[in-house]
Design a protein around this ligand. Structure first.
Ligand code: PNS
Length: 161
């Protein structure tokens, strides 16, 4: 039986750190489903459709990475997908508290759900979506931190404002 893991996130924007976790995740699981969270109360730079579109472009040549989206609780999405594994990356110790809280909340909502953590490679430990948003909005280059298509779309989006 093939084993897939859900890699959920806001991905606003998707970073090289996220990509690092996915590329290592597929070495452990048969398939990684990158699940973009649609949170209507959270203001994002990219719409849900734009984030899904960017991810589809990045992973278009990979059969072991699937792009999807979900609204509502992650545990409900995992049940619908028939998957009980959630993959999350951890960069530094400061991520731990947030990740622990989320993993325990999901566990209390669904006993079957297991969260598997992968430590993001150290070269990406400073890379976060919020840092990238700030760098690009102030005219800097995030080229080393995001895939080329993300940088291009970010520049188009932020400089149009
Ligand atoms: O990239 P992020 O913003 O750290 O991802 C967080 C995300 C989207 C994985 C998390 O907020 C989530 O799972 N949201 C769905 C709602 C939910 O299930 N909440 C309960 C667990 S905290």
């Amino acid at each position: 039986m093939s084993k897939s893991a859900i890699y959920p996130g806001s991905f606003d924007p998707f970073t090289n750190g996220h990509k690092n976790v996915i590329e290592r995740g597929v070495k452990v699981f048969d398939e990684v489903v990158v699940a973009v969270a649609h949170n209507t109360s959270k203001k994002t730079i990219f719409s849900l459709e734009e984030r899904v579109d960017i991810l589809n472009e990045i992973f278009k040549d990979r059969a072991d990475v699937r792009v999807d989206y979900f609204e509502g609780l992650l545990v409900d999405y995992a049940k619908r997908m028939g998957t009980n594994i959630v993959l999350r990356g951890m960069r530094t110790v400061s991520d731990f508290e947030y990740e622990l809280q989320m993993a325990l909340a999901n566990k209390s909502l669904s006993q079957e759900l297991e969260t598997v953590f992968m430590v993001t490679d150290s070269e990406f430990s400073h890379v976060s979506s919020s840092v990238i948003r700030e760098v690009v909005s102030l005219g800097g280059s995030a080229g080393k931190m995001v895939p080329a298509i993300v940088e291009k779309r970010l520049k188009e989006k932020l400089h149009k404002r």
